[in-house]
Design a protein around this ligand. Structure first.
Ligand code: NDP
Length: 482
């Protein structure tokens, strides 16, 4: 069986411990590869190599750094099919999705920040003709990047690309559940001749490698995407060390549907925003609120559509939903369906696991599930399930739906469907979330600030926000007159 390796100081290497962790294919339930079970020793070696690499990487021109990122992007693009198959094998997501979204977006992340850094500039201020103040934006040094399993290469590159572009060296840990494309990225970096130590990719558990990265005194900033509880643990360690922190955490996003919306467009998109990637996207709209006058119609039409969605082998191009990423997560989702039923929810479709066919007999599949009849403040409507489970709830007024939408501890994204743009703008300003989509979902522009409010995180990634995060600003004041 293939064993993956860490990428430290420009070479592929085994973990200091020589131990391995099993990596499962969620569609078959089988171990298909093994990854290094790394720990603080590996992080220490990586920090030393990154420290050395930083001396020259931080001095290279933006154009040179941009060139490396462009080369890496081009090599991933060349191997798109290979990367897509790996992502699907590791995460259980449909192959068509890996091919059309995950891998192309990883390429775009690299290209975007490769270009952005060549346009990045800082401010200067003429102070009453007495002095000129200008701002230097300098790389931080070594930064840590920790990413989750739901959009593996997509989110990994979202962090690494701006950090490297800004002149930092990076120590990155992909989720131990989906490490394969990060490993393939290390092979690509070697092929692209990225200087040794500039990027180090260390595999292993969060409570070993992850926490060693977070607590290392020489690592100046942490960019983390993952669950809110993990984010809290990271902040407890990193904040007293005065590290820069960007935390992109969980969500429980409302999808608010008014009777005056473009109904067909809304219905089509709501199926996507509920169940794409098995509902394992932090931006999915898992709480659907529908204006009472169209509630009955919506319920029937939505459930009819959801019942037609095929769940099964991710390699089958007709599967809209693939497998759930891990056995542990599969059990968590089933547990929450049970909680919802105990709380009085009525399952309109789905509600249980499905046995896969052929090679997928032992895979982890759950039917897309729609639940109604729950109070807005019950556990199923407040806690993040992060799977193919949505609830539908009627509302009568704008005030009522706003109250319900804002009732959770989260505030990542929200979706509003209405043709009344005055109302859409009014609600957008009052809703507590970092992103509001009006009459669309997942329409992304990489220049926009991305992140959440409340317990969905702190800091913003994307565009210039990311380049600002990965640089330290220094004010230089030059006296012009004596
Ligand atoms: P986790 O928080 O469990 O893990 C995220 C990463 O952190 C993994 O690499 C994990 O390692 C690592 N980790 C775990 N414990 C520690 C620790 N003590 N110190 C440092 N690192 C640690 O999240 P999931 O992987 O389960 O991802 C799902 C979550 O991510 C959901 O809550 C989802 O909403 C959120 N998410 C948020 C997004 C956003 O942009 N706001 C986007 C996508 C997902 P290990 O491999 O051992 O688990």
């Amino acid at each position: 069986m293939e064993k993956l390796k860490n990428y430290i100081n420009g070479i592929l290497t085994t973990a200091y411990s020589s131990n391995y962790i099993n990596d499962y294919n969620p569609a078959t339930g089988e171990v298909f590869t093994m990854i290094p079970d790394s720990d603080a020793e590996d992080v220490e070696i990586a920090v030393k190599s990154a420290e050395k690499a930083f001396e020259s990487w931080s001095e290279t021109s933006a154009e040179v750094r941009s060139g490396y990122l462009m080369k890496i992007a081009a090599l991933i693009k060349r191997d798109l099919d290979k990367f897509a198959l790996a992502e699907t094998t590791d995460s259980g997501k449909p192959l068509w999705l890996s091919k059309s979204v995950d891998i192309p977006r990883a390429v775009k992340n690299l290209e975007f920040f490769a270009s952005a850094i060549t346009h990045f500039s800082s401010e200067s201020h003429l102070t009453d003709n007495e002095a000129l103040n200008y701002t230097l934006r300098q790389p931080l040094g070594i930064v840590g990047a920790i990413s989750p399993w739901n959009l593996p290469l997509y989110l990994f590159t979202w962090k690494i690309a701006p950090a490297l572009a800004a002149g930092n060296c990076v120590i990155a840990k992909p989720s131990e559940i989906t490490p394969l494309t990060a490993f393939m990225l290390s092979e690509i970096c070697i092929e692209a001749q990225l200087p040794d130590g500039v990027l180090n990719i260390i595999h292993g558990y969060g409570n070993k490698v992850g926490s060693a990265i977070v607590s290392h005194p020489k690592i100046k900033a942490i960019t983390f995407t993952g669950g809110t509880n993990t984010g809290r643990e990271i902040a407890k360690v990193a904040a007293p060390m005065f590290k820069k922190l960007s935390l992109e955490l969980g969500g429980k996003n409302p999808n608010i549907i008014f009777a005056d919306c473009d109904y067909e467009k809304m219905l089509e998109t709501t199926v996507q925003s509920s169940f794409r990637n098995q509902g394992e996207i932090c931006l999915c709209g898992s709480r659907i609120f529908v204006e009472k006058s169209i509630y009955e119609k919506f319920r029937k039409d939505f459930v009819d559509k959801v019942k037609k969605l095929k769940t099964g082998d991710p390699l089958d191009e007709n599967s809209f939903l693939g497998a759930i990423v891990s056995k542990q997560h599969y059990e968590k989702i089933l547990y929450y369906i049970d909680v919802a039923v105990k709380e009085g929810g009525k399952i309109l479709c789905g509600g249980s696991n499905i046995k896969g066919r052929g090679r997928c007999e032992d895979g982890w599949f759950i039917e897309p599930t729609v639940i109604e009849g729950l109070s807005y403040n019950c556990r199923a409507n407040q806690e993040e399930i992060f799977g193919p489970v949505v609830t539908i709830t009627p509302f009568e007024s704008e005030e009522e739906v706003l109250m319900m939408a804002n009732s959770t501890e989260y505030g990542l994204a929200s979706i509003i469907w209405t043709e009344n743009l005055t109302r859409a703008h009014r609600l957008s300003s009052k809703i507590k979330s970092g992103i509001v989509w009006i009459n669309c979902w997942m329409l992304r522009d990489l220049r926009t600030p991305f992140g959440g409010v409340k317990n969905s995180g702190v800091g913003r990634e994307g565009g210039l926000e990311a380049l600002r995060f990965f640089t330290e600003s220094k004010n230089v004041c030059v006296k012009l007159k004596n």
